[in-house]
Design a protein around this ligand. Structure first.
Ligand code: ATP
Ligand code: MG
Length: 426
């Protein structure tokens, strides 16, 4: 492999010809999040490794196996962020955002880095859109957040997305449940995968999440957390379901969803779709009431979600979804000679200041080659400028699709003169 001309394994270039798809998803996700009162936050690409050990959890695969960790020149342990939540919590604490009006509602787009086995829909550098809400503990806020995801998918016109929800209780009811799980798995200890043998001691709920076939089959008959919820957690879960019903959000209850990260409490949820490679889950989230305190803040309710944008685009492509089309070139102004091309550049500048995409020849092409290029980039209109046009102060604007021509003034008032034609207003 030529390491200079090949991107590292598990990374992907997002090419100019595809970027409009990203813009569509980013625009809709941000619009919906803002309608829900969220404000954007941007946090660093790398953080102190300890933040993720605390905030994601030392027993998770993400921290144990998947992080890109290195020492910087001063010997500090730094990790590229594997997810967005821990950084958002750290930034909120450090900048006092949690002292302002609550709930604090944040959204972000971020690259994430995880050293995983690359496959379709599973990369080592991927992109997430995420939302985090702090200081809201009512079941209504769980329902609101889930509804936000559904709205995003609705506006992206995604179909057949399944929502599954579960409650994983609070540390108290979970302790009972974990005991029951350990007992259940005792009979299979020898057959478990090596990772799960370890998990059984440290974090038995993670066994339900294991992707190996054999562990997966044992999970089917394992005790379920919903039978162990305490009264408060039960009431919370009932409240979430009721609010989802009010909002007409359809869900199924899947008692085996535990989520991969340590910090979840109560509600957890996943949105799954077919057609996103080997992986089904396009969005995961839930409540994490213990996290802010874990990272050094006062006990503060928290909840949120993160969706994988690459996976969403895979589903959208498979469903022939509509994207907002990339902008076309509005006008190409050709020059018949070098002086005219210089003049064309001044006209193009005027148009660009009006927000149009305008082009002229900066390569030194013949007139014929310029027109060929205009055609290639799909210019909607064209215009040829020569000595005569400059002398007379007018030129012909040609609609490339209909062939229709109109005479327009060039000179200082050019952009104003062609504005309505380029906008398609008669
Ligand atoms: P999975 O079970 O597929 O490994 P996860 O539980 O590790 O997912 P989260 O940590 O919840 O995923 O991340 C939220 C979302 O980010 C996922 O639902 C998925 O859409 C996306 N995602 C996670 N890991 C990857 C990856 N390696 N490549 C592409 N997208 C990913
Ligand atoms: Mg994972």
């Amino acid at each position: 492999m030529d390491i200079i001309t090949q991107a590292p394994r598990g990374t992907e270039d997002k090419l100019p010809s595809q970027i409009y798809k990203w813009h569509t998803v980013e625009k809709i996700a941000a619009q919906i999040a803002e309608a829900y009162g969220c404000k954007e936050i941007r946090t660093p690409t790398f953080e102190h490794t300890e933040l993720f050990q605390r905030g994601v959890g030392g027993t998770t695969d993400v921290v144990q196996k998947e992080m890109y960790t290195f020492n910087d020149k001063k010997g500090r342990s730094i990790s590229l962020k594997p997810e967005g939540t821990a950084g958002a919590v750290r930034a909120s604490l450090e900048n006092g955002l949690l002292n302002e009006a609550l709930p604090l509602k944040l959204y972000y787009f971020t690259r994430c880095f995880r050293y995983e086995a690359p496959q379709s829909g599973r990369l080592r550098e991927f992109n997430q859109f995420g939302v985090e809400i702090f200081g809201a503990n009512s079941p209504l806020s769980d329902a609101e957040v889930i509804c936000m995801v559904e709205d995003i998918f609705k506006f992206l016109k995604l179909e057949n997305i399944r929502l599954e929800i579960n409650s994983i209780g609070c540390p108290t009811c979970r302790a009972e449940y974990q005991k029951a799980l350990k007992e259940y798995y005792q009979q299979y200890t020898d057959q478990l995968c090596d990772t799960c043998k370890e998990r059984l001691e440290k974090n038995p709920m993670r066994l339900l999440d294991c992707k190996s076939e054999i562990c997966h089959s044992f999970a089917e008959k394992a005790p379920i957390i919903l039978d162990y919820l305490c009264d408060d957690c039960n009431k919370h879960f009932e409240g979430v379901k009721q609010a989802l019903d009010d909002l007409k959000v359809k869900y199924t209850i899947n008692p085996r969803i535990v989520r991969g990260l340590d910090y979840y409490t109560n509600t957890v949820f996943e949105f799954a779709a077919d057609n996103c490679g080997a992986q089904g889950v396009v969005c995961g989230g839930g409540r994490y009431n213990g996290l802010v305190e874990e990272i050094g803040g006062k006990p503060t309710a928290g909840l949120g979600f993160a969706m994988g944008i690459e996976r969403i685009l895979m589903v959208m492509d498979a469903q022939n979804a509509e994207y907002e089309q990339p902008k076309e070139c509005d006008l190409f102004i050709a020059g018949t000679d070098p002086d005219s091309s210089r003049y064309a550049l001044t006209l193009v500048k005027q148009l660009r200041e009006y927000g149009f995409w305008a082009e002229c020849d900066v390569v030194g092409r013949s007139l014929k080659a310029q027109m060929k290029y205009a055609d290639k980039i799909g210019a909607r209109f064209s215009m040829v400028i020569g000595e005569n046009e400059i002398k007379e102060g007018t030129a012909q604007l040609k609609n490339m699709q209909t062939g229709e021509k109109s005479v327009v003034t060039i000179g200082d008032k050019f952009a104003g003169a062609v504005n309505s034609i380029l906008m398609g207003i008669d």
